[in-house]
Design a protein around this ligand. Structure first.
Ligand code: GAP
Length: 454
């Protein structure tokens, strides 16, 4: 392992995630279920951090956005009105030879099921069907009867739960356009070709915000939200050179969109959509007004009525999670020893600090370490680790991205100071044990940028 000059690969990310218990294949003892994953301890902690940083930026720190948590299974008429029953489809082709299915619009990225693996359709052996439209919504049934009348769908986006609640929220939240409704929750899509770890999965957690604006202001707010969301991704520590904006051309846009730009990240699989910021116009409120008979409009104090236009920043925790791990991953040799380090922003890192007694069987060190851990854990997610040699413990913490380690050693017993080790610079300094809590509070408030930036 040399200092990593090569870009990180998805295999390195998958392997670290597995080794350190961030993410593992779901229902693995039964052979798994294609592209479905479970999150272990550090994965849950990281996801919680991403979610709460999003919520903080989108709701807590603003006056003009309120929260909502709508149901996953809605009245199926919602999905007829929204256009998902008719139009939420991908073109699918089957290969009669290798029996695999592919997205007809992404054949150049697919691999045929026969060896040596080729692009589907590349050899005369491939026998592809004509493309047909495949709806991505998962169907289910509500109640004891399993017939057409009980059919329903797992939501493929959280957005529709927001639109159908527009009237409720607008009345109760005492907000007038421009104002937004934010929601975080699971969405489900029966993707034809899931893959690339968490990048494209069938069950994922979306963070969406629908911002309702007077029609004439829509273009300006679209620009505003693109800018805000790009800054937010930078604030998580994602490196500038790995982020860019890309505008959709007309053929790419979803059925509801009058303009969409993606915030793209340079994943190991190339530039791909991290977050979409769409101008949905009045499409959704108009559709639901027509289908439900309930007027979803705004009446201003002098009686003018209008249907607000909607700007929608939409992202999944999974896409952010993968981008953060790829951006932070680094292999290097330090003092002839190899280490893998995750240089995560401290706000994102699952564990903020490790408390390590140098010699765990030394009662003086053990007692002080335990007391410090019990003090700090009341305020921050910290870890007490007394298993194995100190070097191995440091490496374990480096791999999960813990920004600081406080080590209790012989000197602590004499002068009640501890060593603070910095994950990125490996610099060490000594602090009075009584000052550790204040030091950590301050350190977590500091601005942070990736030491891996050029
Ligand atoms: N409400 C708009 C909407 O759902 P989208 O572009 O289909 O738009 C929004 O999805 C975001 O959800 C994407 O930018 C991506 O971050 C995430 N996303 C979509 N499909 C996903 C999948 N199969 N796996 C993981 N994340 C996904």
């Amino acid at each position: 392992m040399a200092d990593q000059a090569q870009p990180v690969t998805m295999d390195q990310i998958v392997s670290l995630s597995r080794r350190r218990g961030f993410v593992f294949p779901s229902s693995e003892i039964y052979g798994g279920l294609g592209s479905t994953y479970d999150y272990g301890h550090y994965g849950v902690l990281t996801k919680n951090n991403i979610r709460s940083l999003w919520f903080r930026a989108m709701v807590q720190e603003r006056d003009d956005i309120v929260a909502l948590d709508s149901a996953i299974i809605l009245n199926p008429r919602v999905w007829e009105a929204s256009g998902h029953v008719a139009g939420f489809t991908d073109p699918l082709v089957d290969c009669r030879t290798c029996k695999l299915r592919f997205r007809a619009d992404q054949l150049e990225f697919a691999r045929c099921g026969r060896k040596p693996s080729k692009r589907p359709g590349e050899t005369p052996d491939c026998d592809l069907t004509e493309p047909r439209q495949f709806n991505l919504m998962f169907e289910t049934h509500v109640g004891a009867l399993k017939d057409e009348s009980s059919a329903a769908y797992l939501r493929p986006e959280t957005a529709q739960g927001i639109f159908v609640n527009f009237k409720n929220v607008a009345q109760l939240a005492r907000r007038k356009p421009p104002f937004g409704i934010a929601q975080v929750g699971k969405s489900f899509r029966n993707e034809i070709t899931p893959g690339n770890f968490l990048f494209r999965v069938r069950e994922f957690e979306q963070m969406e915000m629908e911002f309702f604006v007077p029609p004439a202001e829509a273009a300006g707010w679209h620009e505003y939200w693109l800018d805000q969301r790009l800054s937010w991704h930078r604030s998580l520590g994602l490196r500038e050179e790995n982020l860019r904006l890309r505008e959709h051309d007309e053929t790419e846009r979803s059925h509801y969109s009058s303009a969409t730009s993606d915030i793209e990240y340079l994943y190991p699989i190339g530039w791909q959509e991290l977050e979409g910021v769409a101008n949905r116009g009045d499409y959704d409120l108009t559709q639901h007004t027509e289908h439900s008979g309930t007027k979803l409009e705004w009446i201003d104090p002098d009686g003018n009525r209008y249907t607000p236009h909607v700007i929608e920043p939409a992202v999944s925790i999974e896409r952010i999670f993968v981008a953060l791990l790829c951006d932070a991953y680094h292999e290097e040799v330090v003092g002839e020893r190899e280490r893998v380090v995750l240089r995560l922003h401290p706000a994102v890192a699952p564990v903020k600090a490790a408390i390590l007694p140098l010699i765990p069987r030394d009662e003086g060190m053990a007692t002080r370490a335990r007391a410090l851990y019990e003090e700090l854990r009341r305020y921050h997610l910290v870890e007490h680790d007394e298993g194995g040699q100190i070097g191995r413990r440091y490496r374990r913490q480096d791999e999960i991205g813990t920004p600081w380690a406080f080590t209790i050693d012989e000197q602590t017993l004499q002068d009640e100071t501890v060593t603070v080790r910095d994950r990125d610079s490996l610099a060490q300094e000594r602090l009075p044990i009584g000052a550790v809590r204040g030091w950590l509070d301050d350190a977590l408030q500091q601005e942070w940028s990736s030491p891996q930036a050029p």
